[in-house]
Design a binder for this molecule. Sequence first.
Ligand code: CAA
Length: 390
Amino acid sequence: MTTNVGIDKIGFYAPNYYVDMTDLAEARHEDPNKYLIGIGQNRQAVIPPTQDVVTMAANAADSILTPEDKEKISLVLFGTESGIDNSKSAAVYLMNLIGVNNQAKAVELKQACFGATAGIDLAKNYLMNHPDEKALVIGADVARYGIKTPGEVTQGGGAVVMLLSQNPRILVLDTHDAHLTRDIMDFWRPNYRTEALVDGKYSEQVYLDFFTDTFHRYLTKTGFKMGDFEALIFHLPFTKMGVKALRTVLPEADERQQEVLKANFDDSRVYAREVGNLYTGSLYLSLLSLLETGKLSAGDRVGLFSYGSGAEGEFYSGVLVPNYQDQLNKIQRLDELNNRTKLSVQDYETMFMDQLPTDGSDRILDLAGDHATFVLAGLKDQQRQYRKQT
Ligand code: CAA
């Protein structure tokens, strides 16, 4: 049932700034419990102009890759729906910045929040035939709906980077998946816009329909039962969305199993509550959160639901490998999230509006407030100026 391919390493980066959801609720004349409980978010990452999907991915990759990994990577698949160029892929910029050998293939994948899962699917099949090689799969995004829109509370951003290989040290992937594609308009972003358009309630309903469809077809296809899953985790545009999805299948579990699934789901949303929506990286932030804050054991099976508006959904699963904990960064992660700089709502709005010029003019950015290793220093001659800071 399992392949011998899966996730060997996983890294995460979110920018250093956040806005608090209680402050945002008060500024929007909403009851804070709507945001904290009804939406399920505590804080939201705010992305400074000195970070974009390339720098965030580079900062995440830098935290996990060794020089040997960079020599063995032969495939770089960059999932994003907030790319920085309509032609050149973010994967090529990334490879150069972090120093991956230049014989690797590098492409960008787009299908809303499904892009990184598409990367995992492609890397899985590729690695089965390339036993000594490694693949880098990235989910990096900036989630923008706009100030004072209903979607504002579900913004966020960051990057998750995963190294896939044979004989992985974290999660070995099961053989099958169940997939669904339908051409619908629940969430989209025309080329001329920097903020997404969304039919919010409809998008929630479609997400739930796609989950129940793919989950049940997956059980039929594999013969797995509800009791075979120690955890079910989800793409989390906001963490209440996962609560709603889990509720649809909990009645199919016995009482003990219900408690296990609920507790493990809560562990999977600890990080998303702090940073908000990562779009493509969101499901994999749930995985990281489950592994780093939870209590799973080797041999436990985790079910993953990926959803990308427009829309594609996929359910698949994997099994934890002995000593998977050795590959993680349990203690430091929450400290890092807690040590970010809090912005007032006014400062968040100013940073949100501070976009790079779109008319081709130059702009030099002030790097003083951004201590990340990889930063965007500005635009010059219509080219992004990336820097590595020491
Ligand atoms: N205390 C506790 N709960 C409260 C409350 C209070 N004082 N006041 C309200 N609530 C609850 C509501 O009852 C509601 O709960 P349910 O959803 O369980 O009914 C919840 O808080 C939200 O309240 P509203 O429905 O009134 O919120 P809203 O109309 O402002 O919109 C939203 C919510 C539709 C999610 C909106 O934020 C939005 O459009 N977000 C973007 C779209 C999105 O994320 N869709 C998800 C699926 S699409 C996807 O997954 C792809 C992707 O990444 C975008």
